[in-house]
Design a protein around this ligand. Structure first.
Ligand code: GLU
Length: 428
């Protein structure tokens, strides 16, 4: 099974803010740099709706457990809500709302005709059999059926879910609707309307953005050293591409820890989480490190691509990388962001760096609506084009207003969203 992101490193501080608190603070901070109506910013602090459902599951032994599922729909002024479903023990209302806000900005930065959504079930997927995961997913799809749909809200994989999860979700929805509806979710297997290249897309966009950042700061790809925390689909695909393009990936990690070779690791030979879970530490390497130590390596680029909140006020002062590229959603806390800014360490934000996932989700949605599959070459070409356009838009704001990369990405997103809100007006 191939998860969108499967690494689990616990944040190092109990005082960590929720995704919602961080997302609201980032919004308030960025709002100061853009000429947007106060009322629009106020509206964007709140989700349109949060659906909470109970999802009963008959376990393999015949007993019944009830899990809580969520779907936060943040804003749809530019199009249907869009964003992942995660299966993780810590899924809760606040996390889903915060993550759905980030999806709104991510889709707007990429100029996709979508708004933001996010949801999931508070469950540890490692404790479910395949049959249990299928039954849980089908029942969850049924509980959400009234609020999702190809023109309403289009879920996708996220932490702890994958193409198979999306296939079950699509099938359950389609059976009840009485027609095959591939466009209800993205991230499906290509044989049932999924897009080629979707699974590697978040990692590919992280690699593209890293390449552009390295160029922007005149480092040179061939001489650049990179450390990647997390070897799930985001981290592993980013590491493999950067290695292929000539960078030296010196450290990678999974949930158990990191391997480090200052001369560069043989990335191709390290199995991704999908190929063999938790195998990183079994590889030959001169040194092993903890998941905390990999964040403090003296490298050109650090890519945190595991879980949220790993760079906090406690360790931001020890980050020795020249550039941070966010592969995971929300790996840097609000306080850590300020510390890195003061120290002059640029942070290329998640809403730009890992946006390749939702961008290829958009391509998939188009393919589903048109009933016409694109080749892998076309997906990769169009993704490259979309990423470079978004990179140029954000870089333009960084240079024109001397903003951080995160503030600049917010300015690009907020301007587009605010313009759409102004045109449509407030109903009634
Ligand atoms: N879960 C992914 C993200 O955080 C992809 C969402 C999507 O494709 O809709 O961006």
């Amino acid at each position: 099974m191939s998860m969108e992101s499967t690494q689990e490193a616990e944040p190092d501080s109990p005082e960590i803010d929720s995704a919602l608190v961080t997302a609201r603070r980032q919004l308030e901070r960025a709002a100061a740099h853009v000429d947007v109506d106060e009322g629009v910013i106020e509206r964007l602090k709140h989700p349109t709706r949060v659906e909470q459902v109970s999802v009963p599951l008959e376990r393999d032994d015949g007993s019944v457990d009830v899990f809580t599922g969520y779907r936060a729909q943040h804003d749809d002024v530019r199009g249907p809500y869009k964003g992942g479903l995660r299966y993780h023990p810590e899924v809760n209302t606040e996390e889903c709302i915060g993550l759905s806000m980030w999806m709104t900005w991510k889709c707007a930065v990429m100029d996709l005709p979508f708004g933001g959504g996010k949801g999931g079930i508070a469950v540890n997927p490692k404790e479910l059999s395949e049959g249990e995961t299928e039954r849980l997913t089908r029942r969850f799809a049924e509980e959400l059926r009234a609020v999702v749909g190809p023109t309403k809200d289009v879920p996708a994989p996220d932490m702890g879910t994958d193409a198979q999860t999306m296939a079950w979700f699509m099938d359950a929805y389609s059976m009840q609707q009485g027609e095959t509806t591939p466009g209800v979710v993205t991230g499906k297997p290509p044989v049932i309307g999924g897009s080629y290249g979707r699974q590697e897309a978040p990692g590919r966009s992280v690699a593209i953005v890293t390449r552009e950042a390295i160029d922007h700061y005149d480092i040179g790809l061939e001489s650049a050293t990179v450390a990647v925390q997390g070897f799930g689909s985001v981290g592993a695909n980013a590491a493999r591409l950067l290695d292929e393009w000539g960078a030296s990936v010196v450290a990678v990690s999974d949930v158990n820890g990191a391997i480090y070779d200052p001369d560069g690791l043989d990335i191709e030979s390290i199995p991704t989480h999908e190929e063999e879970p938790e195998a990183v530490l079994e590889q030959d390497a001169p040194e092993t490190l903890t998941n905390e130590e990999i964040l403090e390596l003296d490298v050109d680029v650090l890519v945190p691509a595991a879980v949220g909140n790993v760079i906090s006020a406690e360790n931001a002062g020890d980050v020795a990388a020249d550039i941070v590229v966010e592969g995971a959603n929300g790996p840097t806390t609000f306080a850590a962001d300020s510390i890195l800014e003061e120290r002059g360490v640029p942070v290329i934000p998640d809403i730009l760096a890992n946006a390749g996932g939702v961008t290829v989700s958009y391509f998939e949605w188009l393919q589903d609506i048109n009933r016409r599959q694109w080749s892998l070459d076309r997906v990769q070409e169009e993704l490259e084009e979309h990423m470079l356009d978004a990179w140029d838009d954000v870089r333009g704001e960084v240079e024109a207003k001397e903003l951080t990369w995160r503030d600049a990405a917010y300015v690009v997103a907020l301007s587009r969203i605010a313009e759409a809100k102004a045109m449509r007006g407030l109903w009634p």
